[in-house]
Ligand binder design. Structure first.
Ligand code: CA
Length: 751
């Protein structure tokens, strides 16, 4: 026994990526989601993700924590089980001729599984194979350690919606394409792939619909290649995989990302990529759990939207257009729904990763060029999902924070276009009901446009975003005034008898009977209690409609006090978002879905910030944990995660476009955010704990600070914010109108 190897020399340094648990949120099912995530093995914003596959093809809950068997390692682009996948292929190592998903599925244990963002491994018991994956942007390496056998196979599955495979003997590779898409693409959209092995294969059998085909290439409905090897015990077979949406030659070009690198090299590069982006925010506390929750949420915030573009032989960025077909110059990102992600995910990019959102904005301009519309839910092209025209928020917030470097005038034109038009075949793109909205000032309840109040409220906020961007662009007053005035349209669906938003008929009368607990109908995946707060840009105006600050405080309190009753008749069954509200013991507060996620912060607009501090800590402590059941609804492409990232730092962008972050309650002892040009923002929370959740005072760079919000311009300059945390509310701090965040109704008064 030797004693000299002890202490710090043996302790590997823990870096941000070591706190990430990609299995957080994977214990999900249709009826109840604890995230609806899968353990994405990827680099940040990578074009391809990889995941172990526990469900058979067609079941979009690709990986679920409670499953017993793995039937493949899948290259996936799925942003959400509700949207589905595209551009998918899978690889599966087996021993013996077990080629169907049912036959090849193997028992596995979470105890013999390692899941990180940059590396995944698992022991496949039925085949006695140890399988590993490591990612790059458009490529990956999979390593399979087989037992001693002459019938080791790697099954390459190009799936069942039309596929093609060819054996490339020269490269010791399988090449082909798959077309198992879920919409949002042109008819010729293909996922071209190459799978290159480092061990010579002894034989390849192609199958179509699992019937052997005696040929070296096959186009069919469901083509699979069974690539055979003779292996000694523990022998590794490495499969380098790359793909392209452009063509087969580009897929070979994309293979350069991993070609010639051994597995551990690819793994270590991916690990460094994650530490680079995760390390832009360094949080500290003695408790490991919130550290794990934080970095897992940050990882989920840095996956979507993903790159859809590739780099061609001349080194230029190009993409295959899902909108109009053909290879086009320039960048494009995809797989995000703005209805979710405008709220916190895009503001997070603007604050910490502006260079990424700069490129995303270029891609939005390209989407307008190629389709005549900005996207609302892209995967990879326009998809019919959700409501609103919240691309306006995504565009305006980036422009107003000086993130957008080119195409601002074109993007503004695209926003204006969206206020007058709806996409001819994708009605959630542009504005359904624009003519009603632009003439009546609301979308009536008694016309053939569902979820009309939700649309009216979101269009009104979107109009405010256009007003703000138009102002900065120096557009004529007449033009900006139109959108400023329209942004007050939220008032048209406010029912002062109930102090809630309510459907309104063409004749001006409110719809009846009115049930504020009814989900859907006039609202979207929520009820009136949830949607009444969707007046991001004019909370003061909403408070005045309710009869003042005290009344609004009662309404906010009531959300938590009323029982979790619901009416699900619009859907005909209890959708998972309703169930997730019902079971949390938080009344009608529904953090599992997006419409209400900013609500708690609104106490800051009415002089009751301590109530926000109390509730926010409850949500952070209760509804997030670094475990398979760690989210409280759909994670939704970074939005529900970005909520935690901001909230745990102590502030949140209630109204993207306003340039303000409303103060909540910090969770960590300290945090450091690396900003542009080497600037650093330090945050300290003196004495913070679950009990000491109230803010007694704040200093900014040593000077006492009495506002309930921080300005973006102040934050990006760096410096130090110190919160003084105590166990009892401070009933005087942040209680005067000078402390309140931006509201349009106050624009000409105080700002
Ligand atoms: Ca959602």
């Amino acid at each position: 026994m030797s004693f000299f190897l002890c202490g710090t020399t043996l302790r590997a340094e823990v870096s941000p990526v070591d706190y990430v648990n990609p299995l957080m949120g994977t214990m999900s099912k249709k009826e109840l989601s604890t995230g609806n995530t899968y353990p994405a093995v990827a680099v940040p914003w990578g074009m391809n993700f990889w995941t172990p596959q526990t469900a058979f093809t067609g079941d979009n809950w690709t990986y679920t924590y409670t499953a017993d068997k793995i039937c493949g390692f899948k290259q996936t682009h799925q942003p959400s089980p509700w949207i589905g996948d595209y551009g998918q292929i899978s690889l599966m190592p087996v021993v013996g001729p077990k080629f169907t998903e049912q036959d090849r599925a193997s028992w596995f244990s979470h105890k013999a599984e390692t899941s990180t963002p940059y590396y995944y491994s698992v022991y496949l018991a039925d085949h006695d194979v140890f399988a590993e994956m490591a990612p790059a942007d458009r490529a990956a390496v999979l390593r399979f350690r087989f037992p001693e056998t002459d019938s080791a196979y790697v099954v390459v599955d190009a799936f069942d919606s039309g596929s093609y495979i060819k054996v490339d003997y020269k490269r010791n590779a399988i090449v082909g394409w798959s077309t198992r898409n879920s919409g949002g693409v042109t008819d010729d959209f293909k996922n071209y792939f190459i799978v290159k092995f480092d061990v010579p294969f002894s034989d390849v059998v192609l199958l179509d619909d699992y019937t052997p085909v005696h040929a070296d290439c096959k186009e069919g409905s469901h083509v699979v290649a069974a690539v055979r090897f003779a292996t000694s015990r523990g022998q590794a077979v490495n499969a380098s995989v790359a793909s392209s949406f452009i063509c087969a030659e580009q897929a070979v070009l994309n293979l350069k990302e991993v070609d010639g690198k051994d597995f551990d090299h690819v793994k270590s590069e991916a690990r460094d990529r994650w530490n680079d982006v995760l390390g832009r925010i360094m949080v500290k506390t003695d408790d490991r759990r919130p550290m794990e929750t934080f970095y897992t949420c940050l990882y989920r915030s840095l996956l979507f939207p993903r790159k859809l573009y590739e780099v061609n032989a001349e080194g230029r960025k190009v993409h295959y257009s899902p909108y109009c077909g053909g290879t086009r110059e320039g960048v494009m990102y995809t797989d995000t729904g703005f209805w979710d992600t405008f709220r916190a995910l895009f503001p997070l990019l603007n604050l910490v990763y502006p260079e990424v959102n700069e490129e995303i904005q270029e891609g939005l301009a390209n989407t307008y060029r190629e389709s005549g519309f900005l996207p609302e839910w892209a995967s990879p092209g326009h998809r019919h999902c959700m409501v609103g025209n919240n691309s306006a928020s995504v565009v305006a917030d980036a422009y107003l924070k000086n993130v957008t470097k080119s195409d601002a005038a074109l993007l503004y034109k695209a926003m204006i276009n969206g206020t007058e038009n709806v996409h001819p075949s994708v009605p959630s793109t542009g504005r359904l009901g624009a003519s009603y909205y632009n003439t009546l000032g609301y979308i009536p309840y008694d016309v053939d446009i569902p979820e009309n109040v939700a649309r009216t409220l979101e269009y009104a906020y979107d109009d405010w975003c256009i007003y703000k961007m138009g102002q900065r662009l120096g557009r004529p007053e007449k033009e900006t005034a139109l959108f400023r005035d329209r942004s007050m349209n939220y008032k048209n669906v406010f029912d002062s008898d109930n102090n809630l938003m309510r459907g309104r008929n063409r004749d001006g009368k409110f719809q009846s009977p009115f049930n504020p607990y009814k989900w859907g109908d006039a609202f979207t995946e929520g009820n009136s209690w949830h949607y009444t707060w969707s007046v991001f840009h004019d909370v003061e105006g909403l408070a005045q409609l309710m009869g003042g600050h005290e009344k609004m405080g009662c309404m906010l309190d009531s959300v938590f006090v009323v029982p979790p009753v619901f009416d699900d008749s619009y859907y005909g069954y209890c959708i998972h978002e309703i169930r997730e509200m019902q079971i949390m013991n938080m009344g009608n507060y529904a953090h599992g879905n997006q419409p209400i996620q900013h609500m708690v912060y609104l106490y800051n607009y009415i002089g009751q910030p301590w109530k926000a501090q109390y509730r926010l800590r409850e949500v952070m402590d209760k509804l997030y944990s670094p475990t398979p059941d760690g989210y409280c609804g759909d994670e939704d492409n970074g939005q529900t995660s970005a909520w935690y990232v901001f909230s745990s730092l102590g502030f949140y962008p209630v109204c993207p476009g306003s340039g303000e972050y409303v103060i909540g309650t910090p969770l960590f002892d300290s945090a450091e955010i690396k900003l542009r040009d080497g600037r650093v923002l330090k945050i300290r929370a003196q004495g913070v704990s679950s009990e000491n959740r109230y803010i007694d005072g704040i200093t900014v760079n040593g000077v006492a600070y009495d506002k309930n919000y921080f300005d973006h311009d102040m934050i990006v300059n760096g410096g130090e914010i110190v919160f003084d945390m105590v166990s009892k509310p401070n009933y005087t701090r942040g209680t005067g109108p000078d402390s309140y965040p931006y509201s349009l109704s106050n624009e000409n008064l105080t700002k």
